[in-house]
Design a protein around this ligand. Structure first.
Ligand code: PRP
Length: 214
C-alpha cells in the first residue's frame, strides 16, 4: 500500500495544522503535547505524522524520509529549499521577522553614520541577505535561541528574531526597528514523492488549499 509520511513540529505549527489536516480527512491518534511518541498514527492507515524539530522539517522532506511537511518560511529561508516543492502558503503561524534593539539604542543614527552593527541571530542567512541588500556592514553572531538576551548583556547591538505579539520584546526592554519580512507556515513536498505518490498527495493538496484560513 502506498503511504504518506508528514513531518511536523509540535506547538504552534501542529496546533494550527490540525484543522487543515482535518479538512483533508486526517486526524492524529495521539497528541504530541502529551504523548512522547515521535511517530503518530492517524485515522488513515496510509498516513502517519512524524514529530521533528521545526528547523529539521525541510531536511526530513528533502531526503524523502517524509513525503511532505509543514515549516515556517523562516526555517525554509535558512534551509535554502533544495529538493523541496513549496506549493502552498498555509497562512498559519503568522508573525514577522524583525530587527530589534534595546529601547535606548539609536539604530537609525548608528546606520546613518555607517557604524558596524553587531547582530545576533539564529536566522543567519536571512539576516546576511537583508543587511547586504541594505548595503550595511554588520558583524553577525550565530545563536540558537533566546536572542532577546544578547543586546541586554552586551553580546550584540541588535537581533533578528520573529515577533508575534511583541510581548517578548517588551518584557526585555527591546524595540523593533525594521521589518525584514512577514512569515507564515508553508507546505513543502519532496519533489520525487510528488511524482510517485501524486494520487494520494494531490487530493490532500486540494483539501489544504480549500481550508487555508483567510
Ligand atoms: C518566538 C520568537 C520570540 C517570540 C516572539 O519564540 O523567537 O522569542 O516567539 O513572540 P511574541 O512577540 O508573541 O512575544 P518561540 O516561542 O517560537 O520559541 P523559540 O525561541 O524556540 O523560537
Amino acid at each position: 500500500m502506498m503511504s504518506i509520511t508528514i513531518a511536523l513540529s509540535k506547538g504552534r505549527i501542529f496546533d494550527d495544522t490540525a484543522p487543515l489536516l482535518k479538512a483533508a480527512g486526517i486526524v492524529a491518534l495521539d497528541d504530541p503535547e502529551t504523548s512522547r511518541k515521535l511517530i503518530l498514527a492517524t485515522n488513515r492507515d496510509n498516513v502517519r505524522l512524524i514529530i521533528v524539530r521545526a528547523s529539521d522539517v525541510p531536511t526530513y522532506v528533502q531526503y524523502g524520509a517524509a513525503d511532505m511537511g509543514i515549516a515556517g518560511k523562516d526555517v525554509l529561508l535558512e534551509h535554502g529549499g533544495a529538493g523541496l516543492y513549496q506549493p502552498l502558503d498555509l497562512n498559519i503561524a503568522r508573525c514577522r521577522m524583525m530587527v530589534a534593539v534595546r529601547d535606548d539604542f539609536d539604530y537609525e543614527s548608528a546606520v546613518g553614520r555607517g557604524a558596524r552593527v553587531r547582530v545576533a541571530t539564529k536566522y543567519f542567512q536571512t539576516a546576511r541577505e537583508h543587511f547586504a541588500e541594505k548595503g550595511m556592514h554588520v558583524d553577525l553572531i550565530k545563536l540558537y535561541g533566546s536572542m532577546e538576551l544578547a543586546p541586554l548583556v552586551g553580546l550584540a547591538d541588535a537581533i533578528v528574531d520573529l515577533v508575534s505579539s511583541g510581548n517578548t520584546l517588551k518584557a526585555n526592554h527591546l524595540k523593533a526597528v525594521e521589518e525584514i519580512r512577514p512569515i507564515s507556515a508553508r507546505l513543502v513536498i519532496n519533489q520525487a514523492a510528488l511524482k510517485l505518490k501524486r494520487e494520494i498527495i494531490q487530493p490532500m493538496l486540494d483539501a489544504f488549499s480549500a481550508a487555508i484560513p483567510q
